[in-house]
Design a protein around this ligand. Structure first.
Ligand code: ADP
Ligand code: MG
Length: 590
């Protein structure tokens, strides 16, 4: 071990830097594709062999690198993207640290070939900056990386099977391809095409890419939206809560088209879904946040996976409120406003594309269909048939149609223009009651109604005390509960909406919630939970006979209520079975 201080050789410095950014073949691909993105490429081709360990080749049709700059591109801290500290304040490119190429070159055999836009021929150079020679390349840049970690056996040992490594690599390419639907991407593994995505010209093309990369079930379950305010823009696709997943594997969040894993943003998204997702379920989304580069710091970590917002609170609120609103879609709103989302506002910063307006119409009918077809059959229907459906619903003021009857006291059967509507009576009513409670609680408070016969309930001393301490909260909830004795309480009034509820059971459930959530601060946070418990009690139970008028009233309530397409636990409250699906059931050709 040397005992004198000495400068490290360049190769070793680069290998140390590589330790931070190059973990596996997928990280090489990320760096190279990001360089292609920065070069203004329109099409990017990624080839890999043996999971990318043996070979990775990324070629693009971007601006290229001039012959005399080739060696510099491989030098540490050499970049064309940053000149002064001020530039760091407003990074618009993916790269800026100037360390990817030298880092990769220090742990693999690299070749860099490029032809600058104006140059008459292409040139190639080796990873150590030597061996400049003419190359056969019609334009753009081609980086070839062989034998990753051939000279760093310790790193190589951490690599998994080719299959696993390719899985990571594919994931990275997919994420980049999701962020840039305006570019074409090709991915090949061991000579076989894994996917080939054409540049998308419009929303339809973007959804096609989304379906290619994340599956058509995801796209069918999603709402598209685009909203901008206060210099922030959030757009993308969120899956309806009924498409929730057990894993957080379909969550793609981009800040200025850069994929990030950010705590603040994750929290805001979770909070927006809190009300509509069953505990432990994970939402699915592809979201793009755009804001002035000066408002976000990407120079937090060499891999740039984390970001820091100048106005964290503002960003959090914006993301939360926008998503909350989007998830509050109502079928009626979809019908009347022509979009399944309540927010849709052109963006000042980047003007909406010319196609945005005609698109609106297509989006309208697609959104309506999406909002009304919960279990849309997978096979695509003919354009003619779709047109017919659009026309059929356009003059219909009651999207959920009218009740025909009740099935086993559980489901309401209704008919609308599209076909059959099935409603889970209890689930739907529960959501409606819950939303009513929330509105009431946020507004004038919940109207309370005295009971003709007060109900005495035996409880533990602890519960009795808890009830006394939380008298204020009970009265806010529209309940009047007094202590009768050491271990007994009396319920004197209930929320008017719940006047028929089982007072004793309601009290016990609310007390149980209070006991679990402890302090009153917590209680405020859990208020929606309490309201939800109360809503459950107040909702029509299965097996209750409803008259046709009551059923129709329920249908109209669903149409009016926010988030009414799923119950408080994230289950669907109603489904549409259209005529085509019915026809198919009976093998009836039309
Ligand atoms: P950074 O991307 O942070 O600038 P890199 O080491 O990744 O650092 O790349 C160094 C430089 O090489 C870039 O700044 C750019 O000028 C050039 N370069 C790399 N890849 C490409 C490419 N595909 N097309 C054009 N120029 C490239
Ligand atoms: Mg780079």
């Amino acid at each position: 071990m040397p005992d004198r201080i000495h400068a490290l050789p360049t190769q070793l410095i680069n290998q140390i830097a590589a330790g931070e950014v190059i973990e596996r073949p997928a990280s090489v691909v990320k760096e190279l594709v990001e360089n292609s993105l920065d070069s203004g490429a329109a099409r990017i081709r990624i080839e890999a062999e043996q999971g990318g360990v043996k070979l990775i080749r990324v070629s693009d049709d971007g601006a290229g690198i001039a012959r005399d700059d080739l060696a510099l591109a491989l030098a540490r801290h050499a970049t064309s993207k940053l000149a002064a500290l001020d530039d760091l304040e407003c990074i618009a490119s993916m790269g800026f640290r100037g360390e990817a190429l030298p880092a990769i070159a220090s742990v693999a055999r690299l070749r860099l070939a490029s032809r600058a836009a104006a140059a008459d021929k292409a040139w190639e150079i080796d990873g150590d900056g030597t061996g400049l020679r003419p190359a056969a390349l019609s334009g753009g840049t081609c980086v070839t990386v062989h034998d990753l970690f051939y000279n760093t056996p310790a790193r190589r040992k951490f690599l998994r099977t080719d299959k696993t490594e390719f899985g990571h690599l594919e994931q990275v390419v997919k994420r980049l391809a999701l962020a840039r639907p305006d570019l074409g991407f090709d991915l090949l593994h061991n000579g076989r095409e894994v996917f080939s995505a054409r540049a998308a010209e419009d929303l339809v093309g973007q959804q096609r890419r989304l379906a290619d990369l994340l599956g058509s079930a995801f796209v069918e379950a999603t709402l598209h939206f685009d909203y901008a305010a206060a210099g922030l823009r959030l757009s993308g696709w969120v899956a309806r809560p009924t498409f929730s997943r057990s894993q957080a594997d379909m969550q793609h969040f981009y800040v200025n088209r850069r994929m990030v894993r950010d705590k603040l943003v994750t929290h805001a998204v979770r909070q927006a879904f809190q009300d509509v997702l069953f505990h432990g379920r994970q939402p699915a989304f592809v979201l793009f946040l755009e804001l002035a580069p000066s408002l976000v710091d990407v120079n937090v970590h060499p891999t740039k996976h984390e970001v820091r917002f100048r106005e964290g609170r503002l960003v959090h609120d914006f993301v939360f409120r926008t998503l909350h609103q989007v998830l509050a879609e109502t079928p009626e709103a979809a019908h009347q406003q022509g979009a399944a989302v309540a927010v849709d506002q052109p963006v000042a910063a980047s003007a909406p594309s010319q196609t945005a307006m005609p698109l609106r119409v297509a989006e309208r009918s697609a959104a309506y269909r999406a909002a009304t077809q919960w279990q849309a059959p997978a096979s695509p229907s003919s354009a003619a048939r779709q047109g017919e459906q659009d026309a059929a619903v356009s003059d219909d003021g009651s999207p959920l149609g009218f009740a025909i009857g009740q099935v086993h006291g559980v489901y309401v059967l209704a008919q609308n223009r599209l076909g059959l509507v099935l409603v889970d009576m209890h689930a739907a009513h529960e959501r409606i009651t819950y939303e009513t409670f929330k509105r009431a609680y946020a507004g004038a408070g919940i109207v309370s109604q005295p009971l003709l016969v007060p109900v005495t309930v035996a409880v533990s001393r602890r519960e009795a005390e808890l009830c006394e301490q939380q008298a204020r909260l009970f009265s806010d909830l529209g309940m009047q509960v007094d202590r009768l004795g050491d271990q007994s309480l009396v319920v004197r009034a209930l929320p008017a909406l719940l006047r028929d509820a089982d007072a004793e059971r309601l009290l016990r459930d609310v007390l149980a919630d209070l006991a679990v959530h402890g302090s009153s601060q917590r209680i405020q946070e859990q208020l929606n939970g309490l309201l939800s418990t109360m809503a459950c009690h107040g909702s029509v139970r299965a097996n209750r006979r409803l008259g046709i008028e009551e059923m129709n009233a329920l249908l109209r309530d669903i149409e009016r209520t926010e988030r009414s397409a799923q119950c408080n636990h994230g289950r669907p409250t109603w489904i549409q079975i259209d005529m085509q699906a019915l026809d198919r059931l009976f093998l009836r050709g039309r």
